[in-house]
Design a binder for this molecule. Structure first.
Ligand code: F6R
Length: 605
């Protein structure tokens, strides 16, 4: 949660930081702030509650002077949404300013130690201990900046990414420990550096990045010598590994700004839904040898766990049916947040497949840490390169769909389904068929995301926008699709939506069905007979049926045709509901890219 960006270079920092904040806002949007150091070595700071642009309209961030600065957009954890709790936070002597993503678990203890040394606190955040600890080590203990910061980071418990700036030397220091932080290095020899939670924050300035590892601390210096092209450099220490200086490669990312901009679309969510025409194909373009190697490892393992959270978990659940159906292989599908209950089944020859868009979700990182401690092999399926999960895994398959900016998973969900489905085919010794079938989806997804389909779904959204409840049913892998559909609808429209396996309706939930209660029904060739009889149970109690599948039936009040694609039905069937969820949010006046209370990567337990 929370977005961080820092800039050190030759250009005015404020516009770069503001642009970066706009692109990071999906990570949190309760409050925001920008701080720069001007030519007189003074801090200039503006922060407030609200969204980045609202604050900018009120305070004008572009007034801030200087070529070095830090900026933050917050998703509140410790302390309410107030101006005082907004980042950056300053040390008592006003020399050190800090921005932070994550949680400092031992902040209460640190805070009381500092209080006993005479420090005072002006916010309720866990963050504020950091600048004050640095001040403590510098002012009271006489250490230099780098030593003071190393001491400080070593005393913090929890997962965090922290960036700080020293007013007097304009030095910027960033550290990563379980939360994301990437270093951007000015391209074509340009003398500038960036530190950010995510690459799109600085993608318009450089594509050259350094992926930091947990425990890494980057020092970006700004003095008259290091500002010259020849001597400008950065140094990375690892504060978890004997404070050693480490080297990390500079890598070039293939994403470009087009991926990180809305283009002709009103919202990222709609852009990302329509991008699925290409992203499904990109996800399918996996290296054959790697897929077959992983299939071999699955076969050889004694017990396989497939874990994820939220939509990523739904992708796991969906494909667990295919592992069984195609390859007669049992896979344990577990919510990452519940994984600790299964710890005693983990052995050296157990394989854990961790699925996560961001690769930063704390629940999945915790689960993988446990698996690694037990000696298990870990394979991850991730979108974000260099993320913590990729660093902890023995092998990673990337989704290759470019950055997903909208908080809701759309293109990454279908990409996860594609990659996992290919694994199931490979396990069944039939990868070619899987690859062929993925190719065949292009045309179907093109039609499903076309403007004409979106217009039809808009008419449905108009009707459903007045509903208090929406139910969704499916069977087999389409039960997982139903869960994902209900999640998409509720998280962005705030309408209560709930999914059931079709066969479960009669065991209780059917009592919720009354006149005109909307119920979405996912139909496929192999589930048709049974799911339609469940649909009729709803119809006969007055329900309003919305059918999604290959063939309309008379009892459907609304029908969206999705051609039958067998094992790949879950990939195509979710798309109309992604569009429906988007349209509901727009009709109801909600921001589809930034639903209330949510953030893109969930780094709290
Ligand atoms: C829903 C959504 C979330 C994520 C979940 C896991 O639209 O995006 O449910 O799927 O927070 O996130 P990752 O996949 O990043 O681990």
């Amino acid at each position: 949660m929370c977005g961080i960006i820092a800039y050190l270079g030759e250009d005015s920092a404020a516009p770069i930081l503001l642009e970066g904040l706009k692109r990071l806002e999906y990570r949190g949007y309760d409050s925001a702030g920008i701080l720069t150091v001007n030519d007189e070595s003074q801090f200039e700071l503006k922060k407030d509650v609200g969204k980045v642009l609202e604050i900018h309209e009120k305070l004008n961030f572009l007034d801030l002077n200087g070529t070095a600065g830090i900026a933050h957009t917050r998703w509140a954890t410790h302390g309410g949404v107030t101006q005082a709790n907004a980042h950056p936070h300053l040390s008592n002597n006003g020399r050190i300013a800090v921005i932070h993503n994550g949680i400092i678990e031992n902040y209460k203890e640190l805070r009381s130690k500092l209080t006993s040394q005479g420090f005072v606190f002006s916010s309720e955040t866990d963050t504020e201990v950091v600048p004050n600890l640095i001040e403590y080590w510098m002012r009271i203990k006489g250490l230099d900046l780098v030593e003071a910061v190393l001491n400080t980071f070593q005393s913090l418990e929890g997962n965090f990414a922290i960036v700080l700036i020293d007013r007097d030397s304009k030095t910027i220091i960033g550290a990563k420990n379980g939360s994301p932080l990437v270093l951007g290095v000015g391209s074509n020899g340009k003398n500038e550096y960036f530190l950010a939670s995510d690459i799109p924050a600085f993608l318009d300035r450089t594509k050259d990045v350094v992926y930091l590892y947990d425990g890494d601390m980057v020092v970006l210096r700004c003095d008259s010598h290091s500002r010259s092209k020849k001597s400008s450099s950065y140094q990375i220490y690892n504060f978890r590994d004997g404070r050693k200086i480490v080297t990390r490669p500079v890598q070039s990312v293939s994403w470009d700004m087009e991926h990180a901009a809305k283009g002709e679309f009103d919202h990222f969510m709609l852009k990302e839904i329509t991008e699925q025409v290409e992203t499904i194909q990109k996800a399918g373009a996996q290296d054959r040898e790697t897929i077959e190697d992983i299939a071999r490892r699955i076969k050889e393992a004694k017990g396989v766990f497939l874990i994820g959270c939220g939509s990523s978990f739904h992708a796991c659940l969906s494909v667990s049916y295919l592992f069984s159906k195609l390859a007669a292989f049992h896979i344990n599908t577990v919510l990452a947040s519940e994984f600790s209950a299964y710890e005693h089944f983990l052995k050296k020859d157990t394989l854990v497949i961790a699925v996560s868009q961001s690769g930063e979700t704390i629940d999945i990182l915790d689960a993988v840490r446990t698996a690694k401690q037990k000696g298990c092999q870990v394979i991850s399926i991730v979108n974000v390169m260099g993320s913590s999960l990729t660093q902890m895994s023995d092998k990673t398959l990337f989704l290759n769909v470019g950055p997903e900016i909208s908080v809701l998973s759309t293109k990454t969900y279908t990409a996860q389904l594609v990659v996992l489905t290919l694994l199931a085919y490979a396990l069944a010794g039939n990868l070619d068929e899987g690859l062929q079938r993925v190719k065949y989806l292009w045309n179907i997804v093109y039609n499903l995301t076309a403007a004409s389909t979106r217009a039809r779904i808009r008419a449905l959204a108009d009707r459903l926008s007045k509903s208090e409840h929406i139910f969704v049913i499916g069977r087999g892998s389409l039960y997982a699709t139903a869960l994902e559909a209900a999640l998409k609808i509720k998280e962005v429209s705030y309408i209560h939506a709930e999914a059931f396996a079709g066969g479960e309706l009669k065991h209780g939930p059917i009592s919720l069905i009354g006149k005109d209660t909307p119920c979405i029904v996912f139909v496929s060739k192999d589930t048709e007979k049974l799911i339609l009889s469940n649909a009729m149970e709803v119809k006969s109690r007055g329900g309003y049926l919305i059918g999604i599948g290959p063939t309309p039936i008379e009892s459907f009040d609304f029908f969206i045709k999705v051609p039958e694609t067998g094992e790949l039905n879950p990939v195509c069937d979710i798309i109309p509901i992604q569009i429906l969820a988007y349209q509901l949010a727009v009709i109801l006046g909600h921001d589809p890219d930034r639903p209330r209370n949510l953030a893109k990567s969930v780094t709290v337990r």
